[in-house]
Structure formats: C-alpha cells, structure tokens
Write a protein that binds this ligand. Sequence first.
Ligand code: G1P
Length: 377
Amino acid sequence: MTDVITTTASTAHPNGAAKTGPLKGLVLSGGQGSRLRPLTATGAKQLVPVANKPVLYYALEQLVAAGIEDIGIITGDTHPQIEAAVGDGSAFGAHITYLRQSAPLGLAHAVITAQEFLGDSPFCMFLGDNFLKQGIAGHARQFLQSKADAQILLKRVPDVSALGVAVLGDDGRVMKLVEKPKTPVSDLAVVGVYFFGPEIHEITPTLKPSPRGELEITDAIQGLIDAGYVVESSLIDDVWIDTGKKDDMLEANRVVLSTIERRVDGDVDSASQVVGDVVIEPGAKLIDSTVRGPAIIGAGATLRSAYVGPFTAIGERCELDNCEIEHSIVLCDSTIREIGVRIADSLIGKQVVVERSAQRPRSLKLLLGDHSSVGLV
Ligand code: G1P
C-alpha cells in the first residue's frame, strides 16, 4: 500500500467526471543519461541494475501490480537495448507497444508521441529512471475513483534545483508548477509518476519549448490548472529516487537490498561464510570468501578469497579474486582482482577489469571512458 499523506484538488471543473478506466501505462525510456556517464555512453540509463535488476523493470512490475497491463514504452537512441530487455512484455504480464520518440524533446513531447496509442484512455506516465519503493497501486486506485483530470505526486526534498516543483496555495491547492527553479520557490518536488485523463491532449499541442529546449510536463500540468481542470496532488512519504546519478543508484540498491530474503542457490565451500540476508544465485561459486548481507551475488559469479560487504550487488559472471568490496554495484562480466584496499561506494560497469599489475614501473594504469571518476586513497 502506498503511503499517501494528503490529497488536495486544485479546482473544481464542471467537466470533472469519474473515469471509465482501465488505465494505460506510458513508460519513458529515452533520454541521454548524461549524469551516469560513462556507463550510459554505451547503455540505456533505465537498464542500470538495482539489486541486479534493471531499474526499468521495477516501474513495469509496479504498473502491472496496479492492474495496468497495456503499456507504451517511449524509446530513443537506445531503443534496441530496451526492446531486447523488455520484449513483448509477457514476462511482466504486460502487453508492450514501443513508441519511438524522434528526439529527446521533453516529457510533454513524449505524451504527444504517444497520443495515438493512448487514445481517450486515462493513463499513468512513469519515468523509467524513477524508483518508488512502495509502488503505485494506491495512487492508481485513487485516480480512477476521483474526478480529477490529473494527479501528481509530490515529495519534500532538500534540493529541488534539478526537479519540477509545485507551489501550493494556503488551501493546499496546486497554484503553480516550476521546472528546475533557480531560486527555491517550494520544497515540494514533482515525482516522475503522473496520472492523466485525455484532457492533457488538449494542452500539449499549445506548449512552447522551455529554456532547455524541451516541452515540459510541468508546463502541460500548469496548462490544465489554468484551463480550470482538476489537478490533484498527493504528498507522499514513500522512498522516491530519481536514479540519474551514481549515489542515487547506490541508494536505490540499498533500499531494495534491505528488503531481500536469504536464498543460497549457488555453491558455497566450507571455508566460506554467508552472513545474513544474502542471495547467491544459481551457478555462483564462493571459495574461501565471505559475503555479509544484505547483498546479492549474480548467477555464475565466482568469488575467491573475496569479501563482499553489505549493500552490494555483484552482477552475473563477475570474477572477484582476493579483494574486498562493499556498498557498491558491479555490473555483469567484470573482474576485480588482487586489490589491496577495500572498494566502497562504487558503481562499476560491464566487462570492467580492476586489477593489480605486476608490470614495472609501479604506477596506476588507467583506461577510463569519458566522464569516468576515480577516487584514490
Ligand atoms: C523530469 C521533470 C521534473 C521531475 C523529474 C522527476 O525532470 O521535468 O519535473 O521533477 O523528471 O524525476 P528531468 O529528468 O527531465 O530533468
């Protein structure tokens, strides 16, 4: 059950009517992922794993759990990867329609792109890089039962400068929405999960590009308010993470790992220890190693004389040899070998090799992609 603290309607509109349902889903999975470079130089940001599962999968699962099965996914340049990862949606109990966005021209542009798919249906738009711990079922139910033309979720956050914010009136109504405010006008951030009725399609064609050159969804919602439509807002107490940056990914990883239950399907030799809530996937091998949960070791990974500490997700087929790592995410097929210091707070991509080199001169030998960052001790 999602945790809704307060709900406030913006204004009564004579056209406000109960929805006929069912809701369709619109998941946004385009964009550049510039804040997660270099990982996203080659991969879609929505496929970066949280507890060894792409962040996008959580959105799809939560939509299906809310009874939303007819889902359109907006894709951009990374379309082939998204389609390869999600397929026709049957693995999620969903039916997926892929909608190619010509360019990343904004969230409201994505709604325009999806207009034919959406038809007259009310829908839930879920940003594919946003993570909510408790899902959206309660919010979806609330929207379907209400007469609102749109429903947004708000969360108090300390820094709103990179987000959309809502300004509420004394009576709690949404008065104004501002995208990425230069001076903080409110601490109520607009969460990347929105519910709309078909009225939104009257507003989107009237929008003009914002200073960053995008058609903003905040402007579209403002348009609904200005036209007298009913926009409800719910202040949520759920964990909400916009997983655009490394530390956000680590936080989402921590949140999910703290809910996992112990399951050991791999091989653990007698010299190894598995402590607490740890998932060891089939085919993973622990040789003279310790894993202290909460942590997950992906299928086919091998740990030799290694220590994996709390809040760490090791991807499939990784090789860890004589090293220590905690509070980190390692994507699949990477190797970490003979490292004398503990690795922590790190996000390591696919097929990465981190190893001690015997070669002289004794020096750091780095091959790093653009926008990489290395923290040395
Ligand atoms: C977008 C929206 C913003 C919202 C945020 C949530 O920002 O424009 O209003 O608060 O998602 O993740 P963007 O990711 O496009 O910077």
